[in-house]
Structures are given as C-alpha cells and as structure tokens.
Design a protein around this ligand. Structure first.
Ligand code: PEP
Length: 256
C-alpha cells in the first residue's frame, strides 16, 4: 500500500495565492512512486489548479461536496461537478460535522456519491474531548466508521480511505492535547480490527488508515511508524511549504 500525505488547506489562500503555493510545492517535491501526496485547496482554486498540477507528483482533493448529483441546492457543489477536477474528497471533517452540522446521513451519502463519481473519499472520524472523557471513544469511532461506510458496496470498500482525527488533538500546540503515538496505536488497531470483522480480509487490509491532529515535521516520523498508520492528514503544517515538504520527505525515509 502507498503512504498518503494529505494537506488540508481549509479556508486559506485566494486563488492566485493557491496557485503560487502549489507552484512552490511542485518545485520542491520529488516524484515518489510509493507516496501519494494530496492537497485540498478551497473550492474556487480547484479548477485552475487542476490545470496546473503535475499529477505524477501530487493530486487534488476537495474539502467537501454535496451528495446529490444535480438540482436545486443553492450554494452547493456536487461530486458530479468535481469529476475530472479532483481525485479525492475529504468527507465528514470534524469542522463540517461540528460547525455545519453535517449529519451521519449526509456523510454516508457523500461517501457513496464520491465513489459513484470516481472520486476517492477520505472519510474523517474522531471523538470529541467530551466523548473521550466519558470513555465513549471506541463506540463513537465504530459508529462513525461503519455509519460512514454503510452505503458502500463490497466491491467498492477497498477504494475508501479513512482518516482518524481526534477532535481534541486538531490544531493544538498544547502538550496535553497532542495525541501520543502510543495512544493512537490502540485506536488504529481497533479501526483495522473493526474493518476486518466487517468486510472481507483482502478489502479490509487494503483500506489506508491516516492519522491527523497537529502533525508537524517533528512528530510526523513517530506517527508514521505506528502500526496501521498508512499516512497523515495535515492542516496547519500543510500551509507552510518547508513543513509540508519535510513531512513528505519523512514519509519517504520511513518507507525506505
Ligand atoms: C485537520 O483539521 O484536518 C488537521 C489535522 O489540522 P491540524 O493539522 O492543524 O491539526
């Protein structure tokens, strides 16, 4: 399986800035056969960047899309409209779940819509600080994982990527909120076991499991060596070329 390094730019950079930043990343990134680098710019930048990107080095992701293919959904953009522009889409990011009240129903419909449109879904799951405190982590993760995948056919299940992002560990610099590699090791194993218990072995083994939550060049190596971690989903550090490129190089070193 490849290693995945995914940068979520969130709501940052105007179109021209995105283009300049992508240019910088492309100049500084080598082509690695065993590492898939993916960046997720804002919606407005996706189409122009799709013409600029070197797909041998990097792929594009959307940060969200609407599960309906077409129709009267003012202000929304569908997976069908993103077809040919992006290869991936982040689905169910905690910011969308929390700030925009995205429901499990929307999320499972989005995962199915992505696959229907030949876009690889990156399904994000993760417990909040309160859920963690009340010992609900594993129940929440099982529900979000199996709920998010429940409309995926058995033939398609191996085409999905899952990202574990503990909500309490996102965009933090506080030590108490940085998830330790030991802590996430148990969770990653739980996720793989849940997939193995639910789907056939060869499909379940092929699903890449990413970790996300305040990843930076100093901790990326430790996360990438946790068993069952097949890549990283990165927010803040993906906006700084030096840091993002260092994380890609770390992923390469860990593989070699
Ligand atoms: C994210 O929001 O997906 C994320 C992982 O952000 P950060 O790396 O800034 O914690």
């Amino acid at each position: 399986m490849k290693s995945y390094i995914v940068g979520n730019w969130k709501m940052n950079f105007a179109v021209s800035e995105s283009s300049i930043y992508l240019h910088k990343l492309l100049q500084r990134t080598r082509q690695y056969r065993d590492i898939e680098v993916v960046v997720a710019p804002s919606l407005t930048a996706l189409q122009p960047l799709s013409l600029q990107i070197d797909r041998k080095k990097m792929r594009l992701a959307a940060q969200n899309a609407n599960p309906h293919d077409f129709g009267a959904y003012t202000g929304e953009v569908s997976f069908t409209q993103l077809r040919g522009i992006v290869d991936y889409c982040i689905i169910g990011h905690s910011e969308r779940r929390q700030l925009f009240h995205q429901s499990d129903k929307d999320i499972r419909a989005s995962v199915a819509a992505a696959l229907r449109n030949n876009i690889t879904p990156i399904l994000c799951i993760g417990e909040t600080e309160t859920e963690r405190t009340f010992g609900e982590t594993y129940d929440v993760l099982r529900d979000q994982l199996l709920g998010g995948l429940s409309e995926v056919s058995t033939e398609d299940i191996a085409k999905v990527i899952v990202a574990y992002e503990p909500v309490w560990a996102i965009s933090t610099t506080t030590d108490a909120h940085i998830a330790s590699p030991d802590e996430i090791a148990d969770v990653m194993q739980f996720l793989r076991r849940t997939l193995l218990d639910t789907y056939d072995k060869s499909s379940a083994e092929q699903i890449p499991l990413l970790y996300g939550g305040s990843v930076n060049p100093s901790n990326a190596g430790a996360y990438l060596t946790v068993p069952e971690v097949n890549g990283l989903l990165i927010g803040g550090a993906s906006l700084i070329a030096d840091q993002f490129v260092k994380i890609i190089e770390t992923a390469k070193k860990v593989r070699d």
